[in-house]
Ligand binder design. Structure first.
Ligand SMILES: [Zn+2]
Length: 413
């Protein structure tokens, strides 16, 4: 589809195309509400019974349009959230990734002092040692070799300071994924790489989208700088749990490159999307966990609060991610709350899912050698790693909440 055609499409039509792009395969939130000035459309997961989904969709799509563009969720969202909780018998929450979506139109162009390198030109080999630190080692090479799609990077000397890549694409559309080093934010680099990425992608004839969360003011600033057309908002409601575990259907098991079995993404997962909810099992104390460990039986456990663990049998399917997700010292998943694991960065098809065990474990007996291959590998992983200043900064706010609270206490004046 070309840009002329896109111009003729309504905001709501475009948001629908973007929803297909982001969650077309499977997985994703229970309800995504596309809210544009010209109306609302609902995308409801197949975990909701069809008759309930139909009623809900009719109510959403035939109701009054949302009206203004204030950035606040529609008033009736709360009512639909409660309806989903009743239907799923699970807690449902508005995901932090909810926010505005933009169409990247023609002729966006931004002047920049930084050197820009594109995936279709220049010398990507020069960048092999320039991983800015927020990509796993293998992911970085996959990116440079264009296995994850086209990209543009802004350089400051030999440092990569901003990246626009392609976390998700299908035949008709592609999504921009933008990152800028914290020290270089606010200088137009993100806008410059996004504009160049759009120029690079344009030949493919795809519609190009840029979406962000409502709290991410700097990303919204990038959209404003580029003069992008705001289509509206994607509000995402997702179930966490009330004791019921859940693994996103995009998660697949397979042999690991790190150790034993592993979990992989069978479809793209975007930063902020929920991947596992830990449920089932039984809730036990420190003393009980020590007794289980001493018994020699095979088990999985995760810390969810002080002196509180979930314990599963080794083969319990409710152990979900915990049973098979490998540790990495620079994991692509982190904690959203005590039981919910979400993507720390965009994850491409085929990438292994990893979770730094320091994010949920303070167990004194945790001590294992690590061969995760990350340039940030600690060599040994222990239950004291949450005390490392470097990890506290890297994962700020995304440890299990009881560990976040411990860290806050350390630095209280
Ligand atoms: Zn490691």
């Amino acid at each position: 589809m070309d840009v002329q055609t896109a111009r003729a499409l309504s905001d709501l039509d475009l948001l629908e195309i973007e929803m297909d792009l982001l969650w077309g395969s499977e997985g994703g939130p229970e309800l995504v509400l596309a809210c544009a000035r010209d109306g609302m459309r609902a995308r409801i997961s197949n975990r909701v019974r069809p008759e309930v989904a139909l009623t809900l969709a009719a109510e959403i799509e035939h109701g009054a349009p949302p009206g203004g563009d204030s950035g606040a969720p529609p008033v009736r969202l709360e009512r639909w959230r409660v309806a989903l909780e009743d239907e799923l018998d699970a807690a449902v929450r508005l995901t932090p990734g909810s926010g505005p979506s933009y169409l990247i139109g023609t002729a966006v162009s931004i002047r920049t002092n930084a050197e820009l390198i594109r995936s279709d030109s220049g010398d990507p080999a020069r960048l092999r040692a320039a991983n800015p630190g927020n990509w796993g080692a293998d992911e970085w090479y996959d990116l440079l070799d264009s296995r994850l799609g086209p990209w543009v990077m802004a350089m400051h000397g030999e440092r990569v300071i901003s990246i626009c890549h392609t976390p998700v694409a299908n035949t008709s559309a592609a999504e921009a994924g933008v990152w800028t080093h914290p020290d270089f934010r606010g200088h137009g680099h993100a806008a410059a790489v996004t504009a160049e990425w759009a120029a690079l992608m344009r030949a493919s004839g795809r519609l190009l989208f840029y979406s962000t969360s409502r709290k991410n003011r700097s990303s919204q600033g990038v959209a404003a700088r580029l003069g992008l057309r705001r289509m509206g908002y994607l509000w995402q409601l997702q179930s966490t749990n009330r004791g019921v575990g859940r693994t996103d259907p995009r998660v697949r098991a397979g042999p690991s490159t790190i150790e034993g079995n592993a979990l992989y993404a069978s479809a793209p997962i975007r930063a902020g999307e929920m991947v596992f909810v830990w449920g089932g099992g039984s809730i036990i104390s420190d003393a009980e966990l020590r007794a289980v460990a001493a018994s020699g039986r095979r088990y999985c456990s995760v810390g969810i609060d002080e002196n509180q663990y979930i314990l599963w049998g080794a083969d319990d399917p409710d152990a979900g991610g915990r049973g098979a997700v490998n540790h990495s010292c620079d994991s692509n998943l982190w904690m959203l709350d005590a039981r919910t694991v979400c993507a720390r960065r965009d994850i491409a098809v085929g990438q292994e899912l990893t979770l730094d065990y320091a994010l949920f474990s303070v167990a004194p007996e945790l001590c294992m050698e690590c061969h995760c291959g990350s340039s940030l590998c600690r060599g040994v992983v222990t239950g004291n790693d949450w005390r490392l200043r470097e990890l506290q900064e890297r994962y700020a706010g995304h440890f299990s909440p009881f560990i976040n609270a411990r860290i806050a206490k350390l630095y209280r004046p």
